[in-house]
Design a protein around this ligand. Sequence first.
Ligand SMILES: Nc1nc2c(ncn2[C@@H]2O[C@H](COP(=O)(O)OP(=O)(O)OP(=O)(O)O)[C@@H](O)[C@H]2O)c(=O)[nH]1
Ligand SMILES: [Mg+2]
Length: 323
Amino acid sequence: MNSSLADRILAGDPRAIARAISLVESEDAAAVELIRAIYAHTGQSYIIGITGPPGAGKSTLVERLIATIRSQSVQGRRLSVAVIAVDPTSPFSGGAILGDRLRMLTHSGDKGVFIRSMATRGHLGGLARATSDATLILDAAGFDIIIIETVGVGQDEVEIVRTADACIVTLVPGAGDDIQALKAGIMEIADLFVVNKADRDGAERLALTLESNLSLHSFKPGQWRPPVLNTVATTNTGVTELVDAIWRFRDQDKTLQSRRQRMRGESRLRDLVSQRFMKRLERNGLKPGEFDDLVERIAARSIDPYSAADQLLDRVIPVAAKT
Ligand SMILES: Nc1nc2c(ncn2[C@@H]2O[C@H](COP(=O)(O)OP(=O)(O)OP(=O)(O)O)[C@@H](O)[C@H]2O)c(=O)[nH]1
Ligand SMILES: [Mg+2]
């Protein structure tokens, strides 16, 4: 079943892609087999992460990015675009649901566009993992560009955009937004800054604040300095300039791109090793509640964390192999 699902994904079948993403979303065991089958066919897509506070206009901007990218052609060919909107129905959010809104507009019926929203997972790390598996599926399906939209409020979201090839941080004029961005630690991960809702008061001031923050940082000669771009997503203002800036970023530093690829591999490997180690522990007789008991005992100072970790490691790895 899975090999044929993999084949259909590689052939770009949208229904197979949708089904596969549901599998990774529900953390179905079949998803692991699927990723194994398609992985060798990934690594071709260019991944753009877009994050920012709730209601900043990310979805509106993504919609415009799709239209602009689809209107361009590269060597006589139009680029295909897939979008994953992570948790678009966030309780923090005042915005519309991206998937629904996009389908209502011009891109429905366009075979070169695929849009999907993903729900938040119940546990830490699940969202990042599901998103990166979904990205692999879209990559294997042959999409040239994959855009991941996340609301920039939590560690998971920062993790998601950190692993993109290009990271766009969207801010809007208004009380405290600039400060919020600094707090969330998203300043450091931005490759491009967008001041959206530039039709509003304070846009210029926000852009200046960002520029002055950037000027505190010393950039080496030849090093990319994140540009600050103004957009009005609702009127499609500044969007072409944004797309041009993304391509400029993509083309300027190939070593950075391969470093990101490596980082992506590393964070996935570390994540999977700890996740699968826990699974093996469970199979090796870790009783329900035993892990939580150890956590309690660490908090109560009846065991130190090193000894607790060793106790778990001993179950899976022979003592002789331990350092
Ligand atoms: N004035 C103005 N309004 C905008 C602009 N861009 C988006 N909006 C409006 O801002 C609201 C939120 O837009 P969304 O695109 O849903 O924002 P979002 O960042 O995707 O929201 P969440 O995903 O819910 O965090 C909508 O009513 C948009 O029409 C802009 O440039 N100027
Ligand atoms: Mg949105």
